[in-house]
Design a protein around this ligand. Structure first.
Ligand code: NIG
Ligand code: FE
Length: 387
């Protein structure tokens, strides 16, 4: 196994509490990568020798972003819907059906090319792990092919057959739940690690969602929930009752929801680029952090509610609009995302972790929210290799 010494790191965020503070930041640091893992992290003066070395020119290095929520397998876009929204139309889950129609029409090659384009876009912006959901096929064949395509890009694939009830089941939602928990689950599960349900008025209610999540769990899938996005509802409580890894959105929460997240350890995924793109109120991150809830930041990249793949944008919004500190926002976009995916090998620059990092054309991570909209990511490494 060859080793690589990285030097010229003016500021290094490790997310290792052993180095102090929330981010375990080191100055004038060095890293040794062996194969796909970090082997050594510390002060440049104490760095061991390695087979090769690379001077990063006094830049900042951070763990690669772990984007724990995206919907990348789709065709078409909904730019017109966005434009209408900006002149006052509200966001509604109904737009999902527009993308379902386009996705069913698309070839495997077209869908694959679209995912590849978006994953490339993400990597350029420092994302090293992305969770990818299905949910725009909504037939057994289309959901399983969406997941098979997603699995070519990530291990973190999520079956979202329960995104909305498709038009052909409009008069028979119970029949659709039977399909999602039966024949569709059978062909989707081999390609999926997780199952998710959009729990919302106009999508799935608590009883339907419980049945779907329990069926997924019986097939060995981990649980995630789209919860409390458009209004208060049962999503967060259900996620906590069933021991889901994540309850994402969390925009409209009762005190009982916040208490349940804090006491169960379910990770609250906040997706501020959705609120930006739908011009909606942001989730109350301070309330969650104050209660001791683990918060992840994710993009939710999808053609409807948020067509942005940018984790730096999420950080800027989290700081500017949700009053997270820059350190909290970066932690949530890296270690928080890893917690949401229950991955203890990601989201930190520590010996033994997967060697995923982003090099910033900046003296410190503070520039991520301080210089919004500026492409600061100079290089991204995934599993020890530049991408
Ligand atoms: O997370 N909320 C449900 N699903 C997506 C939106 C999908 C769409 O509008 O196409 C979301 O926001
Ligand atoms: Fe989503």
């Amino acid at each position: 196994m060859t080793s690589l010494l990285l030097t010229g790191i003016g500021s290094l965020v490790t997310n290792d509490p052993a180095h102090g503070g929330l981010l375990g930041e080191l100055r004038d640091a060095a890293i040794v990568i062996e194969g796909s893992r970090f082997a050594w992290v510390g002060s440049r003066r104490e760095a061991p020798a390695a087979d090769g070395s690379l001077d990063l020119g006094d830049r900042a290095v951070i763990p690669g972003f772990v984007d724990s929520h995206s919907h990348l397998v789709f065709a078409g876009d909904r730019a017109e819907e966005f434009a209408a929204r900006m002149t006052g139309e509200p966001y509604s889950a109904g737009g999902i059906r527009t993308t379902v129609a386009a996705t069913r029409e698309a070839s495997d090659d077209q869908l694959t090319a679209n995912v590849a384009r978006l994953v490339t876009e993400m990597r350029r912006q420092g994302t090293t792990t992305v969770e990818i959901k299905s949910g725009y096929g909504l037939t057994a064949v289309d959901e399983s092919r969406a997941l098979a395509i997603a699995a070519n890009f990530t291990d973190e694939t999520t079956y979202l057959g329960a995104h909305v009830v498709p038009p052909e089941f409009a008069d028979d939602p119970a029949g659709y739940v039977a399909l999602v928990t039966g024949a569709m689950l059978d062909v989707a599960a081999p390609h999926a690690k997780w199952i998710d349900v959009f729990v919302e008025r106009g999508a799935f209610d608590a009883d339907q969602a419980r049945a779907i999540l329990q069926a997924g769990a019986a097939k060995g899938l981990g649980l995630r929930v789209h919860a409390n996005q458009l209004g208060e509802g049962p999503g967060v409580q259900l996620a906590c009752e069933l021991g889901a890894a994540a309850a994402d959105h969390c925009t409209h929460l009762s005190d009982a929801d916040v208490d349940a997240l804090a006491s169960t350890g379910v990770v609250a995924g906040l997706l501020p680029a959705v609120e930006f793109s739908t011009r909606s109120p942001y989730p109350d991150a301070r309330r969650l952090i104050g209660a001791g809830v683990t918060v992840a930041l994710a993009s939710d990249c999808n053609p409807g509610s948020c067509y942005s793949s940018s984790m730096p944008l999420c950080i800027a919004l989290a700081v500017r609009e949700m009053h997270m500190t820059p350190a909290e926002a970066l932690w949530s976009a890296t270690a928080g995302g890893a917690a949401s995916l229950r991955r203890d090998d990601l989201g930190r620059i520590t010996p033994g972790s997967q060697a995923d990092l982003a090099v910033l054309d900046a003296p410190s991570y503070l520039h991520l929210p301080y210089r919004p909209g500026v492409p600061l990511v100079a290089r991204t490494f995934v599993a020890g290799r530049p991408v």
